[in-house]
Design a protein around this ligand. Structure first.
Ligand SMILES: CCCC(=O)SCCNC(=O)CCNC(=O)[C@H](O)C(C)(C)COP(=O)(O)OP(=O)(O)OC[C@H]1O[C@@H](n2cnc3c(N)ncnc32)[C@H](O)[C@@H]1OP(=O)(O)O
Length: 302
């Protein structure tokens, strides 16, 4: 992307994606992590099952489906690997504007596959698995796509963490998001706590994590975790999410992507860096086709 000034400025310390300090290949962690990543990849291969399916639509909205219905869409090891691949695919999708993340068969995701959890009980290996998922989910949240998680059924443990890696969450009327980690003798490890605090504030995050509280749609909307409630009927939630998201993705891809980029940099970078990134992103749309077209038609905003 044309962020040459920011690129030149930051390239000395790190490779730049979006003006954000991402490592080469989009990784969040540095080169020391690469050997560990290879090790955990080998381990995760040993826990197969399910899939992460991605459909990129002409509308510029992609739908990512977490699918492992026999285990309430729990994340097997190979699904974690596939998540990485799907995120890489989306990073390359220059026509994209939006992303919907959903679960298969009427439920969202019941977290980490407990069979894998039992087999990766060693703390060092657990931390490597966490880094792997933190990496994938941080990259997911930083995509230049406006993303929404559509929660039907249950989003538990790692599944609740996954919802926080999207820009927005919509909940079906009978659904719940629940950070059950405490009841498993755990805390979130996929970056879910850090993101949750930013979404609902530390007081609410403490309640949700400390009490492993069930969040229904009404409670979710009250604390800002949910951005709206949708019909739970089969297919209706996805349709409603597409319609809801189109309110933000209408327009040319470069402009929508620029919107997401300035929000991500504002959220993640110190002010001076965020301002510099904003200026550079501005430079990619100023005088661009959409800008010239709006000027020519003398757009009024009544
Ligand atoms: C850093 C990440 C931390 C984590 O994510 S730790 C994992 C947190 N998640 C959990 O503890 C979820 C445990 N599961 C449950 O509470 C319940 O299964 C759940 C999701 C409420 C569904 O309850 P029910 O509707 O009664 O259905 P059920 O219990 O019969 O489940 C259907 C089949 O799905 C399986 N399942 C559900 N969640 C799973 C999971 N996370 N890993 C592995 N298998 C899982 C469950 O064992 C059952 O399989 P089976 O039919 O007995 O072979």
């Amino acid at each position: 992307m044309a962020l040459s000034y920011v690129g030149r400025h930051l390239i000395r310390r790190t490779h730049v994606t979006l003006g954000l300090p991402c490592r080469r290949g989009g990784a969040v962690y540095g080169s020391g992590y690469r050997a560990e990543e290879e090790e955990i990849r080998q381990k995760l291969q040993g826990f197969p099952g399910g899939s992460i399916n991605l459909v990129k639509q002409e509308s510029g909205i992609a739908v990512m489906t977490i699918s492992n219905p026999a285990r309430m869409n729990a994340f097997s090891g190979t699904m974690m690997l596939e998540l990485h691949d799907r995120v890489s695919e989306l990073e390359e999708w220059t026509e994209g504007k939006g992303l919907i993340v959903r679960g298969d068969a009427g439920t969202f995701c019941s977290g980490s596959d407990l069979n894998a959890v039992r087999a990766i009980a060693d703390p060092q290996e657990g931390m490597k698995m966490c880094m792997f998922m933190q990496n994938a989910l941080t990259r997911l949240l930083r995509l230049p796509l406006i993303s929404v998680a559509v929660v039907e059924g249950k989003a538990l443990g790692g599944g609740s963490e996954l919802t926080t890696a999207c820009d927005f969450r919509l909940m079906a009327t009978d659904s719940e998001i629940r950070f059950v980690h405490k009841h498993m003798g755990l805390v979130p490890g996929w970056g879910g706590a850090a993101r949750l605090v930013r979404i609902v504030g530390s007081q609410n995050a403490l309640k949700l994590l400390g009490g492993a509280q069930k969040v229904d749609p009404a409670y979710g909307e009250r604390i800002g975790l949910s951005d709206g409630t949708v019909d739970p009927l089969e297919g209706a939630a996805l349709e409603a999410a597409e319609q809801w998201l189109s309110g933000f993705t209408k327009g040319p891809a470069p402009v929508i992507r620029a919107v997401k980029k300035v929000v991500v940099s504002g959220r993640e970078l110190p002010l001076e860096d965020a301002l510099r990134t904003e200026r550079e992103v501005f430079g990619t749309v100023w005088g661009g086709p959409a800008n010239l077209e709006a000027l020519a038609r003398k757009a009024k905003h009544k």
